[in-house]
Each structure stands twice: as structure tokens, then as C-alpha cells.
Design a binder for this molecule. Structure first.
Ligand code: PHE
Ligand code: ZN
Length: 849
């Protein structure tokens, strides 16, 4: 156990820093084990602050010297930072520190990745670079000088002087320290160029390791599309002469929006048809857009404190989703996002880690980069837009940018902008930010004499620290279908504000079928007793693509639950309805592929649990297998036809049209494999000239138990490419039979290419184990034990990634007593580890409850 329990910090305790900063000058003298950082910071007292303590954060720093106004001083040092006596007038702080980037395995602060220097400062990494008020409300213009022998030396902003052994940078835009970045190494650039709408010429670069230069073209195009889109849709222009993106292999997260110098996990920027799947391309495009969009929503307007994280993240996720919808297919993007929301955010909201979109306290902020802050945060923006309407939304955003440019803002500021622009009172809407938990929406209906009444009842189960949940305002998008399938009431947004509320529709010729929560207009769990017939009717006729998909999903889920709970056979209503959808060539192939997807094991486990049944992971896996087999049989004529019909001719393009066709053809291949034992999959594997085709075939072969040759061939072909080898690691774990999952993962950790220092590789192996429910929760407990062994080993090296992966255990209270005992033992083993990080301590303590 730790000697001192880390104390939480609270939103309500916010106070401004006692000093403002006019300028920051940093000089780095690079050396892998002993980099020197000299700082020269012009402070002045903050007239709005009452606390004048001069405290600078600093961790793992060796202080060489410190001075105030040229007078050498001896500050008081702790392991968190330093305090000194500061004059009550403007003054200059100077310090020199030494740091050791080569020893930095936490990948926070300045560290080395494949011999290259790079930084990660969000949320609180800058304090590992030098002494500084490392908080987002302290903003300053930075000037940086880098001294070193590296070929390329980059920092934020525009380039200044450079020459043999040095490079200087100046960022004119005041920024918080978390947006600072430095990169130095042997890098090659893929150049590009963009002219903004007001005529500013911007030089663009994607910087990569030699050998990766052929994987930059797609990212560059995505960047240009993003820059244009933000001008067209939000009126936001880029504000520097240069925009750099750097790919690094060792990175804890996806990417980082440092001002003018975005740093990406190489898996989130490098792309080529041979090495990346269609899904990878779509994700890369979205992440490039996300980081670029942060330039306005995050950088120009930042967060006052880390409790306001959703101010930049929720809004920026919402914006990148709009971008993907515009460039690709809006219904497909919405369905994909809701699948991910349910898988990650609903799961979080239902367990011991549930927290509000704007948390009120935390121990370690790194633990709050969550699906709730990001994805539910984005849902709140979508609801706000639905409630005020499109025109008022963009009017409010204009006011937000005008009023808060240059500010470190709060959720109160954000909502006030909407209130001022629209005249609405948003106090009830604010509950969505403060109250954790996924609301349930119970629906009942009534029809008589041409009048149809829908009655809704909302309730939210208690979450840790929050027992009472008053009603929220909910935009419920509803349409009505007549008996022949025609839409008799177009989509209308009902605004629910009370615990229970009814809405009526008049002048109807017959009892309609309701289509409720169209486009998933609010992040809730809809509870409506609905017949198979009604679900099949909506699947066939609903004009709202999301609800059409949802009807098919619900039909599949009801059938699976009956199979698991009552030993029922596969539901023929489902099999017939889904075959009709698969066959319907008027529907987008991408949509059909999504409609043929099945609810996840985790989703079924939660649904069983909510319905009072303790989920048995093996029984869930068995039911899914049985249904898949029955479906393959049911579609045995259709599948080969679809497979042939949707083969893509001509050059590979990662666009929506081609990827939709490949996705439907690969879904068909999955069905075919269940009947032919892998013959077709082997042919596709052998002929594949792109990773989408190759990986889909590889996956089918593994599933069919015919993967041995492909495992060897895949490795031989791709051993030089770390990102492809990550797929090789994870696919073997994910496709293993449940009683083999832990053993396969264990064997892979012994492979020469396994390293726990690379988060991508660690996640590809142990993360894949955690994401394979039947294998992870196998009754032997081997999955729990293996993951725990590795988390304990990783924690001293990389607390942030360790802590995130502890969420594998967040669903433990769903399961039977034997599994709960096994998990409790592992959680206690983690907590008993000497010197456990603050990150992991907080996560496991919360999960343990
Ligand atoms: N701010 C980054 C993003 O959302 C995510 C991130 C957080 C990256 C913390 C690194 C560390 O784009
Ligand atoms: Zn972000």
C-alpha cells in the first residue's frame, strides 16, 4: 500500500493562480539522459487573485539553479513542486533543471521513442519538464530554443532562426502548458499546403520515421478536408503559418492537439491500403479532424480547470462526428457511434466508475479521459443542438467564439452563450452535466378515436455518490408509421421535462406504430414492451435509418436473451427479417452489414443483469455461436450471391462506397465460412491485395480453426511493420475459443516481438484479452490472473496505461459469486502492490467499491 493516500481535489475549491505570465522563454539542450531545460518567465501579480502563494509544479526534476530578478534563490522543494517568496510587482523567474528523457517510460513529459525526443503534456506532464504553474488557466506566449544534433527539431508556433545545432520557435498565441510540444529526431516530412479563406498560406507537414513516408498521403488529405470543413461549417480559420503533425510509436492515447504541432500515435495517422483496414482509414480521418478542430475548441478557447474537460472534448468529438457524417454516410456514422457509446459509455455509467460528464472531484485527472467525458459529452452537444435547432446552434457557437476567444472557460460560460443567443433557460439541461448514470425511458401508448398518446416515464438509477436523480430535459424524436408502413407523422422532437409526461397526436386513421428516439436523440435506455411483429415491421418500414437498424438489433437481442435464459431456438422472425434486409439491394451495403451485426457479449451480459439474471459468459458465447450458425444456414443461398455481387473492382479506395461494399462482402464471407470450413476465406486470404480483405479472411480462418498456416504467413509477410503486427497479436487473442483465450494471450506475451513498453503492443495483447468476455471471464480465472500479472508489471513503468486497462474489471458485480471472488482476489493483489501508482490506486479503489 502507499504510505500516503492521495487526496481528491474538488471543482468547488477552484481559485485563480496568484500570478499572470507575460512571456515564457525555454531553452532545451538535448541529451538522452541529461537534457537541460532553462526557463525565463515574466510573471506579474494577478489582480483577480487573493492567494498570492508562489507555487510552481515540478516532478522528477533536478533543480540546478533558480533566480528571481537575477538574484539566485533557494526555493522550498517538495516532490510536487516548489515555493518561493515572490515580489508584489512584476518579476522574472529563471531556472535551470535537468531531466532524463531516456528513463521516462510513463510517456508523459519529455521522453524518447525509437531514438526520437517527444513530449506529452496533457494533462499534467509539463511539470515533468520544468517548474511551472501547470494548470490550464495560466496562459502565455512561448518562445523556444532547441539545441541538439538532431536533424529535425520542432516546437509550437512559427519557426524562428535555425542553424547548425539549434532551432528556435515562437508561438504568438497564449496557451496553457498542456499544449506545449517539442519533437526532435531523424524525421522525414510529407509536405502539403493549404490556403485559408482569407488567403493565408499555410505550410503543412506530416513528420514520420524514415520508411513510413509512403503512409502519409491519406492523412494529409484528411487534414486539408478538415481545414476546409471548419471554415465552411463553423467559419473557423487556421491561425499560424505552419501546421505540423508528428507520428510516434510509443504513445498512451490516440493523438494530441498541441498548438501547431499535433503529436499522433502512429496507429492514428499512418495509412496505406496494404497495411490499414477500411475501419483504420475512417478512424484516422476522424482523429486528424478531431485534433485539428481542437485548434478552436480547446486551444483558442481552453478549459479553466480539468473539471471542464468536456468543454473541449465533448464539443470536439461532436464536431469530428459531424465531419465524418458529411464526408461519408451520416446514418452509418450515427449507428457506429451509438454502438461504441453503448459498449463503452453505458458500461461505464452502469458500474462503479460512473461519473458525471463534468466530474466534481478526482484524484488523478488522467483517469477522467473517459467515454463519459468524451462520448457522452458529445451526446450532450447533439441534444443541445436538437433542442435549440440548427440555426440557433450555429448562432450560439459564433457567440461562443466571439465572447471567449483567448479564455480558459467553463461549462457555465458555454451554457450562458446558448441562453443569451436563444433566450432559453438551460438550468434543467445542466443536469446532464452534473448527474451521472444512463436514464431509462419507459414508454406506454394508447389509441382511441384517431388520437394516439405516448406516455414516457424517466428514471436514472443511483450511481456512486449520487442517489437522487431529478428529471432532466430530454429531446425525444418521434415519428409514426401507419399500418401499411407509410409515415403518417414525420419526425417531431418532443421535449420531455417531467418525470412522467404524455404527448398526443390527433387525426389518425388507425393505430400507428411509433418510432421513438429517432437518430438516438438522447443517450438513454429505451424500455418498451414490444412484440417481434412490431420490431420486424419497423425494421422493414422505418424511414429513420437509425431506428430501422435499432429494430433489427432489438429483434436479435430479444431472441438471444430467450435462447440464453430459456434455451429457446434461434428466432425465425429475426432470421426472416434480417435476410430480407440483407437481400434488399436498395439499401446501402454498409447499412446492411451493420444491420447484420449482432449485439456484443458485453451488451447481452448487461441486459441479462438488468433483467435479474446473472450472466454466464460461456452461455452468452454459445448462444451467439448458435445464432450465427443458424443464420449461415438460413442465408446459404444469399451469402455467396452477396459475396460475389459486392466484390470491388478496380483500384482500392478507402471511401464510404467501396468500404461499404467490402464490409457487406466480408459479412457474407463470415456466413460462408461457417458452412465451407474456410475454403473461401483461404482463397480470399491468398488473393488479398489490401489489409481489409486480408484481415477479414484471416479472422474467418482463425474462427474456423484453420488459422495455423495463415498465422505463420501473416507474420512472415508483416514482421517489419509494427502496426500490422499489432493486428496479428490482437486477432489471435480475440478469435481464440473461450477456454484458450488466456493461454493464447500468455503465449503471445512470450513472443520476441512482445514488449510492455509499447502501449499499442500491450493493448493488442492484454487489452484484447480484456475485450474478449467469454475468454476473459472464463470460470478458471486464468484470464483475470494473467491480466493482473501484467498490470502489476506495467504499473511502475506506465501508470496511465495500467490504470486505463483496470476498467476491464469494472463490470465485475454483474457476475456470480465465484467469479466475483476470483476478481476481488486480483483487485486486492493489485492494491497490495508496493508503491502502486496514484493512477492505478484510484482506479482499483473505485472499482473495488
Ligand atoms: N486531448 C487529446 C485528444 O482528445 C487526448 C489526450 C489526452 C492525449 C491526454 C494525450 C494525453 O485529442
Ligand atoms: Zn480531444
Amino acid at each position: 500500500m502507499r504510505e500516503t493516500t492521495p487526496q481528491p481535489i474538488y471543482l468547488k475549491d477552484y481559485t485563480p493562480f496568484g500570478y499572470l505570465i507575460d512571456s515564457v522563454d525555454l531553452t532545451f539542450t538535448l541529451s538522452p539522459e541529461a537534457t537541460r531545460v532553462r526557463s525565463r518567465i515574466a510573471f506579474r501579480p494577478n489582480p483577480d487573485a487573493s492567494d498570492t502563494t508562489f507555487f510552481l509544479h515540478g516532478e522528477n526534476l533536478k533543480l540546478i539553479s533558480a533566480a528571481i530578478d537575477g538574484q539566485s534563490i533557494t526555493p522550498k522543494l517538495t516532490d510536487q513542486g516548489l515555493t518561493a517568496d515572490a515580489p508584489n510587482a512584476p518579476f522574472v523567474w529563471e531556472a535551470e533543471v535537468e531531466i532524463n528523457p531516456a528513463a521516462n517510460t510513463a510517456l508523459e513529459g519529455l521522453y524518447m521513442s525509437n531514438g526520437m525526443y517527444c513530449t506529452q503534456c496533457e494533462a499534467e506532464g509539463f511539470r515533468k519538464i520544468t517548474y511551472y504553474p501547470d494548470r490550464p488557466d495560466v496562459m502565455a506566449p512561448f518562445t523556444v530554443r532547441i539545441e541538439g544534433a538532431e536533424k529535425v527539431m520542432l516546437s509550437n508556433g512559427n519557426p524562428g532562426a535555425s542553424g547548425e545545432g539549434f532551432a528556435e520557435w515562437h508561438d504568438p498565441w497564449p496557451k496553457p502548458a498542456y499544449l506545449f510540444a517539442l519533437v526532435a529526431g531523424d524525421l522525414i516530412n510529407h509536405p502539403g499546403q493549404f490556403t485559408t479563406k482569407s488567403g493565408r498560406e499555410v505550410e503543412l507537414n506530416i513528420w514520420v520515421r524514415p520508411g513510413d513516408e509512403g503512409k502519409c498521403a491519406f492523412g494529409m488529405e484528411a487534414l486539408k478536408h478538415s481545414m476546409k470543413w471548419d471554415e465552411d461549417v463553423y467559419g473557423r480559420e487556421y491561425d499560424l503559418d505552419l501546421f505540423n503533425i508528428v507520428a510516434v510509436d510509443d504513445f498512451n492515447m490516440g493523438a494530441m492537439e498541441n498548438k501547431g504541432l499535433n503529436i499522433f500515435n502512429s496507429s492514428c495517422v499512418l495509412a496505406s491500403p496494404e497495411t490499414s483496414t477500411d475501419g483504420n482509414f475512417e478512424r484516422i480521418e476522424a482523429i486528424i479532424a478531431h485534433e485539428y478542430f481542437h485548434n478552436w475548441t480547446g486551444n483558442r478557447i481552453t478549459c479553466r480547470d480539468w473539471f471542464q474537460l468536456c468543454l473541449k472534448e465533448g464539443l470536439t468529438v461532436y464536431r469530428d462526428a459531424q465531419f465524418t457524417s458529411d464526408l461519408r454516410s451520416a446514418p452509418v456514422k450515427r449507428i457506429e457511434d451509438v454502438i461504441a457509446l453503448r459498449a463503452r459509455q453505458f458500461r461505464e455509467d452502469n458500474g462503479p466508475l460512473a461519473h458525471p460528464v463534468r466530474p466534481e472531484s478526482f484524484v488523478e485527472i488522467n483517469n477522467f479521459y473517459t467515454a463519459t467525458v468524451y462520448e457522452k459529452g458529445a451526446e450532450l452537444i447533439g441534444m443541445l443542438k436538437t433542442l435549440v435547432g440548427d440555426a440557433a446552434y450555429y448562432k450560439s457557437l459564433d457567440l461562443y467564439f466571439e465572447r471567449h476567444d483567448g479564455d480558459a472557460a467553463t461549462i457555465e460560460d458555454w451554457l450562458k452563450v446558448f441562453e443569451d443567443a436563444t433566450g432559453r433557460d438551460l438550468s434543467q439541461f445542466k443536469r446532464w452535466y452534473s448527474d451521472a448514470g444512463t436514464p431509462r425511458l419507459k414508454v406506454s401508448d394508447d389509441y382511441s378515436d384517431g388520437t394516439y398518446t405516448l406516455t414516457f416515464r424517466q428514471s436514472t438509477p443511483p450511481t456512486p455518490g449520487q442517489d437522487e436523480k431529478p428529471p432532466r430535459v430530454i429531446p425525444i424524436a418521434v415519428g409514426l408509421l401507419g399500418p401499411n408502413g407509410d409515415e403518417v407523422q414525420a419526425t417531431q422532437v418532443l421535449e420531455m421535462t417531467e418525470e412522467e409526461q404524455s404527448f398526443t397526436f390527433t387525426g389518425l386513421a388507425a393505430k400507428p406504430t411509433p418510432s421513438i428516439l429517432r437518430d438516438f436523440s438522447a443517450p438513454m435506455i429505451l424500455q418498451r414492451d414490444s412484440s417481434n411483429a412490431e420490431r420486424a415491421f419497423l425494421l422493414a418500414h422505418d424511414t429513420d435509418p437509425f431506428n430501422k437498424w435499432e429494430a433489427g438489433r432489438a429483434l436479435a437481442k430479444d431472441g438471444l436473451i430467450a435462447m440464453i435464459r430459456e434455451g429457446a431456438s434461434p428466432d425465425s422472425a429475426y432470421l426472416d427479417a434480417i435476410t430480407a434486409v440483407a437481400r434488399d439491394d436498395t439499401l446501402d451495403p454498409a447499412f446492411r452489414a451493420l444491420a447484420m451485426g449482432l449485439p456484443s457479449q458485453d451488451d447481452l451480459a448487461q441486459t441479462l443483469f438488468d433483467g435479474g439474471t446473472t450472466p454466464n459468459p460461456q452461455a452468452i458465447w454459445d448462444a451467439l455461436e448458435t445464432l450465427r450458425q443458424a443464420r449461415a444456414q438460413h442465408m446459404q443461398d444469399l451469402a455467396p450471391r452477396l459475396y460475389a455481387q459486392y466484390q470491388v473492382e478496380g483500384d482500392y479506395q478507402p471511401d464510404a462506397a467501396q468500404s461499404g461494399a467490402r464490409s457487406l462482402a466480408n459479412t457474407a464471407l463470415g456466413l460462408i465460412t461457417r458452412l465451407d470450413g474456410g475454403a473461401q476465406a483461404q482463397r480470399q486470404y491468398d488473393a488479398a491485395d489490401n489489409m481489409t480483405q486480408q484481415l477479414a479472411a484471416f479472422c474467418c480462418l482463425l474462427q474456423a480453426g484453420k488459422g495455423e498456416a495463415a498465422i505463420a504467413a501473416f507474420y512472415d509477410q508483416w514482421q517489419h511493420d509494427r502496426l500490422v503486427i499489432d493486428k496479428w497479436f490482437s486477432m489471435q487473442v480475440v478469435q481464440a475459443a473461450p477456454d484458450q483465450t488466456a493461454a493464447v494471450a500468455d503465449a503471445l506475451t512470450q513472443h520476441a516481438d512482445f514488449t510492455m513498453k509499447n502501449p499499442n503492443r500491450f493493448r493488442a495483447t492484454l487489452g484484447a484479452l480484456a475485450m474478449s468476455p467469454a475468454g476473459f471471464h472464463h470460470a478458471s480465472g486464468a484470464g483475470y490472473e494473467l491480466l493482473t500479472d501484467w498490470l502489476i508489471q506495467l504499473d511502475p513503468l506506465n501508470p496511465q496505461t495500467t490504470a486505463r486497462m483496470c476498467s476491464a474489471f469494472e463490470t465485475w458485480k454483474r457476475y456470480d459469486a465465484a467469479r466475483q471472488d476470483l476478481i476481488a482476489t486480483q483487485l486486492d493483489r493489485i492494491l497490495a502492490t508496493p508503491n502502486l501508482s496514484r493512477d492505478t490506486t484510484e482506479m482499483v479503489t473505485r472499482i473495488r467499491g
